[in-house]
Design a protein around this ligand. Structure first.
Ligand SMILES: [Zn+2]
Length: 337
């Protein structure tokens, strides 16, 4: 059956974004608000979001930049964080706590080296009905193996806390997909458009593409196939989180280039193309507008968004950042909501 040239979906959510801080924040937040109703905002700012006061002022900063965007707030789990702090963060409106292993990504120099050091905080996250979001990479493991090497910790956390809801963020490997699908219903995963569509060949197979460099890194064709199969299957345990992580061009085109892909502006067009090419455009709405909200226990967004088959070229730069697929022609366009 030929796919339609336009589809209307419920307003989508993005369950993993970095909006940064300071003057750059407003451009990124406004870009998000054009297509997404809600975004789960990651807390790895400097300093991190780890107290109720920081959470409230960060939310206010986002709200003033993009009043029509609902910022779903998270906090960064600190080694030794106690239960009272987690409760106060929940009272301030946090939906989730984020687990960053030591040194695996941007601003994780204060991350967790020993899972035991956060057991109190994780117990409180479970008790308060919050979600544990995990950057699942094992420090010290080989770069392509870091996600797989972390999976025993994921299983251990799921076993130790039998009511805890866990999201393995930006699942990037076949082993990661398999682990999420095998664990109980309360363990889910976010999937980015770059891990779904790109591999190491795109990153370093020809000329180096620093704008596709992220953590976890894009992996092999077999890993990509496993992600694609599971997403096309319409499995409700996998939902969209862009891990949109903008850095200024100069911080990416550098001898010490930062990790992070600015995926927000092109995620929906790329996803529409992915689903449409496989005759599965009717599945995109569950992936971007339904499964994530259901996992987080949120009502569906009001309103809708149109995805239209129409050619356009991704700008070379948006707000000083080179977006994913810069300069490339897209077959689908996401209209503003
Ligand atoms: Zn991230």
């Amino acid at each position: 059956m030929r796919e339609p040239a336009e589809i209307e979906i419920r307003t989508p959510d993005d369950f993993h974004v970095h909006l940064r801080q300071g003057p750059a924040l407003s451009g990124y937040a406004r870009e998000a608000a054009r297509r997404f109703g809600r975004v789960l905002v990651m807390p790895n700012t400097l300093p991190p979001i780890a107290t109720p006061g920081e959470l409230a002022s960060y939310r206010a900063e986002i709200r003033s930049a993009a009043p029509e965007l609902t910022a779903l707030m998270t906090f960064k789990i600190q080694p030794g964080m106690d239960r009272a702090t987690v409760r106060s963060l929940r009272d301030a409106g946090a939906l989730a706590g984020k687990y960053y292993p030591l040194g695996v990504t941007t601003n994780s120099e204060d991350g967790i080296s020993d899972t035991d050091s956060v057991m109190d905080a994780v117990a409180a996250i479970e008790a308060e009905g919050l979600v544990l979001c995990i950057h699942g990479e094992e420090p010290g493991a080989e770069i392509l193996d870091r996600e797989r090497a972390f999976l025993p910790r994921l299983a251990h956390l799921a076993r130790s806390f039998p009511r805890l809801r866990i999201v393995l963020e930006h699942v990037s490997s076949a082993a990661g997909v398999e682990a999420v699908l095998a664990l109980p219903e309360r363990v889910a995963g976010t999937v980015t458009v770059h891990h779904l569509l790109y591999t190491m060949d795109d990153l370093i197979g020809g000329r180096l593409d620093p704008h596709l460099f992220c953590k976890p890194v894009v992996k092999t064709r077999a890993d990509r196939s496993a992600l694609q199969r599971a997403v096309l299957d319409g499995n409700r345990k996998l939902f969209f989180g862009s891990d949109s992580a903008p850095h200024p061009r100069s911080a990416k085109e550098s001898a010490q280039g930062e990790a992070g892909v600015y995926a927000m502006p092109v995620s929906l067009p790329l996803l529409a193309g992915f689903f449409a090419e496989r005759g599965a455009l009717d599945r995109i709405e569950d992936f971007v507008s339904r499964f994530g909200a259901e996992f987080y226990g949120l009502p569906p967004n009001g309103g809708s968004l149109r995805l239209r088959r129409a050619r356009w070229t991704v700008p070379e730069e948006i707000d000083g950042v080179v977006p994913l697929a810069a300069g490339r022609e897209m077959a689908w366009r996401a209209l503003d909501r």
